[in-house]
Design a protein around this ligand. Structure first.
Ligand SMILES: [Zn+2]
Length: 91
C-alpha cells in the first residue's frame, strides 16, 4: 500500500496517527488478548517489551498506558523511516 502510494500516486507526505486512551494499546499493555485481536496487537506488545525498563519506572498504570501510546507512534515513524523505498524518494 505504501509502495503504491509513493511510487504510483506520488504521495509526498505520510501522517502517522495515534491517540491517548487507545483501547488497543491498553490491551497490549495487559497482554490478555487472545485470538485475532491478540495477533493484531503483537507489534504493540513487542514495543511494550522493548521499552519495558522505561515503562516499569512509571508508577501509575495510566502513565504506562499513555507512554505506550506515544512509543507506538514513535516506533511506527521509525519503521517507516527505515523503509528503503522511502529513503530513496526524492526530497
Ligand atoms: Zn486506538
Amino acid at each position: 500500500m505504501i509502495e503504491f502510494g509513493v511510487t504510483k500516486l506520488k504521495i509526498k507526505h505520510i501522517i502517522v496517527c495515534g491517540h491517548y486512551n487507545c483501547g488497543g494499546v491498553q490491551s497490549a499493555l495487559s497482554g490478555n488478548e487472545k485470538g485475532i485481536i491478540g495477533d493484531w496487537l503483537k507489534p504493540i506488545e513487542k514495543i511494550r517489551d522493548t521499552h519495558s525498563a522505561e515503562l516499569e519506572k512509571l508508577e501509575q498504570n495510566t502513565q504506562k498506558w499513555a507512554r505506550l501510546c506515544e512509543l507506538n507512534v514513535i516506533e511506527q515513524v521509525r519503521t517507516l523511516s527505515q523503509l528503503g523505498l522511502l529513503q530513496r524518494v526524492e526530497k
